[in-house]
Design a protein around this ligand. Sequence first.
Ligand code: FES
Length: 393
Amino acid sequence: MKFKGFLKDVTGASRVTKARINAFDTASDKPVTLDPIAEVVKAWHLGRVTLEVTEVRDACRTAKTVRFKRCDGDMPYFLAGQYVVIDFEIDGATISRPYSISSSPSEARGDDGYIEITVRRSRGDGFIADYINDSVKVGDRFTALVGCGQFFYEPLRDARHVVALAGGVGITPFASMAKEIARGGLDFDLTILYGSVSSDDIVLKEELDAVRCDRVKIVHVLSGDEPDWQGERGFLTAELIKKYSSDDTTYFICGPQAMYTFLRGELEKLSAPARRVRFEVFGQAKDITKFPGYPAHLADKTFNITVRRGVHEDVIPAKATESIVVALERAGIRIETGCRSGECGFCRTKVVSGSVYVCPENDGRRAADRDFGYVHACAAYPTSDLVIKIPIL
Ligand code: FES
């Protein structure tokens, strides 16, 4: 039996060999120009596209919504909750920033398809946010990467009822989800608990009101002192969250960094299982010295980073409290970035020598990268002079 099986294997293999020789003999001399797999991959991963601003409007007294159409084809596919990375050319340097898309995927389809972002004016620490609020106008063009990030609903993983805990401009991914549910493009129940200081600060209020339906509930929670306010008051406490939760709920959280620490504690009180809690990445740490293990005695130091790009070598200064990405951008050296939160790996950088502090909240490296001295430059801060290697762009 074994011998028969062996013969069958050998003759089977020789049949395949003959078929291959025949295929080579009869093949066209012309090179294959179309690889169907590559075409599909290209359609899904378009790379950077060109967007043009078609509208700028107020989203509340402190935030603006900017609408973009694509100039060089159809708007790329994305999921409600994902973000767009936009490149800004400022003083000869290219600086990229991620913004959650506040419009729905359905609105991006068709000839007039568009995406929108909603950006709040900074409180003195975000010059791109202020640039968008003050200077971006209809007709401006930007290159951008549309459809990044992992913050979206996944029916195989998430419960049918999602309670979204939003603070400030962190409402944007939930606005996209709410609009998509209202249009029938997503199949889950969404309750948004949206914390703001005052009713004037509520971002996208009218748009959220317009998509309320059986499946989309929006609860505004004000922390400021507003005597006439009829709705919920205070913070997004465990008690309040419980009131709007069901037996099986997934919690999605997006908002300022301080809110994350608070909500972790509140969700622990509810014994919410880790698989039912999803935090959106929150961008670069606002104050890295506040994170556990940061070497505070180095906070006022400035180090030298030797940056190797192919055969080029530059030496740039870098403050101990600014990430390697920020130091590179300040020096006008381009590095690919996406999330700026350690998640996507676009800014993966080899540390040849020297030491860094990696923000524990944003350490999205693979284990092998940790072992072999790679960091995500948006989440790594110099704690000595460094030599790093980055790709040439
Ligand atoms: S930009 Fe995403 S990991 Fe650094």
